[in-house]
Design a protein around this ligand. Structure first.
Ligand SMILES: [Zn+2]
Length: 206
């Protein structure tokens, strides 16, 4: 039985590559799993189904939520879907990026700004934060005091905008409009690297 207030965040780091614009880089990605002992949501599906399933354990996966469709965030999403029989959720503005990685599979359900996802007695609020990618989203968990930012906001500042489908002014506008209004002590769980807080990054960006 799942009870309200028992939701938690679990985490793994998994290694692989990121490719875009004809270049390939080695990357370590964070996988975040939010839920209780019974059910969970997986945030991003980078390089290894096994690494993700090790965090999930025997819990039911309600959804595979993609913060954006760069290949290092969605590569094993269809394979994970096969294993756990859960829908893949993606903001439709990332269709062109998704199609660079997956030509024979689609995601299942569109994410939209303001949508909420319920899991393990807690709520994730979808924030559409374009800039790093057109369909990039962050997931705010007010009960847990944290936000999952993918590659929109890192420890140290905004995500990269040097490649196709990225735009720095759009990214900064998204961060200011959607993230910097959150409580300062909100913990930021990023797509790569260590955690930060909203207050620390607000201070840094000025
Ligand atoms: Zn990315």
């Amino acid at each position: 039985m799942s009870a309200a207030g028992t939701a938690r965040v679990d985490h793994a780091v998994t290694s692989g590559t990121f490719s875009l614009d004809g270049e390939t880089f080695d990357v370590d990605n964070n996988v975040w799993v939010v839920g209780d002992d019974t059910e969970c949501v997986v945030i991003d599906a980078p390089h290894s189904v096994e690494d993700i399933l090790a965090v999930v354990g025997d819990r039911r996966v309600k959804a595979i939520v993609c913060t954006h469709a760069h290949d290092d965030h969605v590569r094993v999403a269809p394979a994970l879907r096969e294993k756990v029989v859960a829908p893949i959720l993606l903001h439709p503005d990332d269709k062109p990026l998704w199609e660079l990685t997956h030509t024979q599979y689609l995601w299942d359900l569109d994410l939209a700004d303001g949508q909420t996802l319920e899991v393990g007695g807690t709520t994730l609020q979808v924030l559409h934060t374009p800039g790093h990618a057109p369909g990039a989203v962050c997931l705010y968990a007010p009960d847990l005091g944290c936000v999952f930012t993918g590659d929109t906001l890192f420890h140290g500042g905004p995500g990269a905008t040097g490649r196709s489908y990225s735009d720095r002014p759009t990214l900064e506008a998204s961060i200011r409009a959607k993230l910097f209004d959150l409580p300062g002590d909100t913990v930021v769980h990023t797509g790569h690297g260590e955690d930060t807080t909203i207050a620390a990054e607000r201070e840094r960006l000025g």
